[in-house]
Structures are given as C-alpha cells and as structure tokens.
Design a protein around this ligand. Sequence first.
Ligand SMILES: [Zn+2]
Length: 250
Amino acid sequence: MRVGKCIIFFKKVDYKYQAIVLGKYDVAETDRIYVLYTREAGKIRLPAHGVRKPQAKLAGNLETLAHSEVFVARARGKGRITGVIPVDFFASIKEKIHTMEKVFWVLGIFDRLVTQEEKDERIFELLLGYLRAIDAAEVEDATKTDIFTYGFIFKLLHLLGYGLEMSKCVACGAMLKPGENFFESERGGTVCAACAARGGKRVKITDEAVKFIRLFLENKIENLGKIKAEEKKLSNLKLVASEAIKWIAG
Ligand SMILES: [Zn+2]
C-alpha cells in the first residue's frame, strides 16, 4: 500500500534521501539514531532530535521497514533528520505475522552484510523490489516468502561481490555434474565430489539448490514469485545461505 504525500515538518534542508529504514536505537533523553539504506548514499546513520517526545510526528514515518523521503539539515557531522515524507509503509507485510518476522530477520542480515557507506542503486532497487514483492502477496504463503527471501539474499551476496559460481567446480574448474556436490563458502561456489574428498570446509549442496541459485541470479526479484517449489526442497538452500552469511558477516 502506498501512502499519500503529506509533509510532516521542515526546517532547514540540505540533503534529501530516498530511504528504507533498517532499524533505530534510542540515544539521550528523547533522540533516536536511524539506520537507513538510501538510494543516494548507501547505508547511513542519522540522528533525529526529540522524536521520542509524545507530540513528535516524525517517528511514525520512520518505523523500521518504511520507505520514506528523508530530509536532512547539516549542522555538524552528517547532520540530522528534520522532515520525512512517507512513500510506503508496506502495511500488508505488517498484517502477516510470520512474513513480517522473516522480513525483519532479513533486514538484520542486510544490516550485517552491507557494512560500507557506499552508494549502490542496484542494492537499493533490490531491497525495494523485495519489500514490494512480499507486500503484494495477498495471503500468507511461507514457501513463496522463503523463495523471495532467499532469492533476495543470494542476489544481495552477488551484488556485494560474492562470486556464487554455480556451474563449475571452484577447485578444479570442471563443469558441474548433477549428483554429489558441495558448496565452499570461502571460494563462493560449488565443489565437485572428487575435490571435496581432499578436505576443506564444505557443506553438501543439492541439485535443486544449485538450480534455485541460478534462477535467482538470472531473474529479477519481482519475477521470483513464479518459481514453484515445495517447502522441504528449500532446506538445503537455507543451509547454503547461512554458511555464506556466516563466512562473510562472521
Ligand atoms: Zn573439482
């Protein structure tokens, strides 16, 4: 659900950001620091003064998950948030408890994986596309949510420069054959059974998981809803994702 434009309040404005709120934490008596992923500057942290006062209007448009236009006045440091125009609250996500839990879990992973304060519009579009795709689902469907969620995670890993080689063995370079294969987090790709037998830290990867990851990387996030799957076939995919996240984010 998109919300209408309503200007909350403005003082001085030096910067304007398209932002998705990743999280927030309280500081001082009534202030809050917001962690935002912005189209213009990547991940940034910005304070908002007085937002925890009962009459403050800013906080409602800066809830975690919200897509907003954020206005910043620069006094010292990076400045502070002085105004917000809400774009989308993703209200439909918040109506579905399990979906919302999954999305909040992913925002936490996103926050851990994206550490650089560096502009990358592809990552902004991916995050926005993921939230819109999940928001558009009319009923709670755990499998579909998982496909979008793991599709998002693998696409994000790829955009962050993590290789995800899924057609060759990263150790010997041989083309991958269906059957017994492994995934090595450190080298970011599949390893054949012969190479895996020589040791190293690897987890099994099923042919289905290889196929899913290829589909995720070849397709736009909004089109991943067309992928049909049974929930139990996603368990290996989840294991591979958690191994890769552990290796990158620690
Ligand atoms: Zn090999």
